[in-house]
Structure formats: C-alpha cells, structure tokens
Design a protein. Structure first.
Length: 197
C-alpha cells in the first residue's frame, strides 16, 4: 500500500488545520472506522471491484497507535530497539492518518453519507461531533430545496447523455445495467426529469 511522503503528510496536516479554521470539519473521530467502510463501499460501487483500502489502512493505523501506547504504558524509557520501532510506527500513523483525512474524513460524499449516522446514533456529543453536526446541519439547510430519496432512484439514461448524468451525480449499476441516483443524495429533480422511469 502506497502512502504519502512525510513532507506530504506535514503539508496535509497544514491543510487540515486551514480547513478546520475555514469551517470544514472531518468525520468525527468516533465514527472514522465507519467512514472508512462507507468510503470502501463507495469505491467498490464506483469501480465495480471490491475495495477495502481505507478499512485496512484504518486498522493498521489503530494497531500502530496501540503498539506505541504499549511501549510507553509504564512510563519507563524505551530501549533503543523500541525507540526505533516507535519512530517507524509513528511514521506509519502520520502518513496513514494524512491519507485517511484527505481522501476519507474530509471527502464531501463520505461526510454526507455519514451525517445521518452521526446525527442519529451519537450518544456522547464531543467537541468534534458537535462541530461536524453544526457544519452538516448548515449544509443540509443550504440544499433544503433538494429532494432526498431513501433508496436508489433508477433512471433511463441514453448513451449520449451518460456524461451529463454522471456530472450531475448519477451512478451506474453494473448488475442492473442502469443509471441511478444514490440513496440519501440531495438532487434537483428538474435536472433528472428527462430520464425518469
């Protein structure tokens, strides 16, 4: 699995700080494992091939963090071998988290898909959950005129219109051989009307 360089990870960290200052909050920490599953499901749908890259990376990062914690649990000075191991693991954590933040936790589609989950299932509202919900509530208000369906809406899209449909957010179901609007996505129905089934 390829990761970004340490310099790139640092740049991404700076991007994240700027984004947070600009009001763009990532998927909350408590829900990031679930967000990785949603990302992989989206990639599987989009590519037609099974994808689990984000979930695998998330588990590797979490195991690396656990190992670092294990090495430091008793507050003693780590041995030279353990220090080298911690440096290697910390590098994996930094690069992995940078990739996950950039492509999963700040991904607008994933944030939108995670909103109902975070909104309906969060019990303890931490600062990051509150900031995320505030941002997403504002976004939902901004597209209040859009219609959201609870299940896929299939479309009759001729070959000549496929690029337009894709640009508007439609996806292709390779099994059904039909285009559809994904469940939960806000759409302007007037733009899809000509392809209604």
């Amino acid at each position: 699995m390829k990761f970004v360089s340490a310099t790139k990870a640092q740049q991404t960290g700076e991007e994240l700080r700027r984004a947070a200052g600009a009001g763009t909050h990532p998927v909350p920490r408590a829900w990031q494992g679930e967000a990785c599953k949603v990302f992989d499901d989206e990639m599987t749908l989009h590519t037609g091939r099974r994808n689990d890259k984000a979930q695998v990376l998330f588990r590797k990062v979490e195991r690396a963090k656990d190992r670092i914690e294990d090495i430091h649990w008793d507050a003693r000075t780590p041995s030279a071998v353990e220090t080298k191991e911690v440096q290697k693991l910390q590098s994996l954590v930094n690069e992995g988290e940078a990739w996950l933040h950039r492509y999963v936790y700040l991904n607008p589609t994933i944030k939108e898909r995670m909103y109902p989950v975070v909104n309906n299932r969060s019990i303890n509202i931490t600062d990051d959950i509150a900031a995320y919900l505030q941002e997403m509530n504002a976004a939902v208000g901004a597209d209040a005129g859009l219609l959201r369906f609870h299940e896929r809406v299939y479309l009759n899209v001729p070959f000549s219109d496929e690029d337009e449909a894709k640009t508007l957010g439609a996806r292709r179901d390779s099994e059904e051989q039909l285009w559809y609007v994904p469940a939960g996505v806000g759409i302007d129905t007037a733009r899809f009307e000509k392809w209604a089934r």
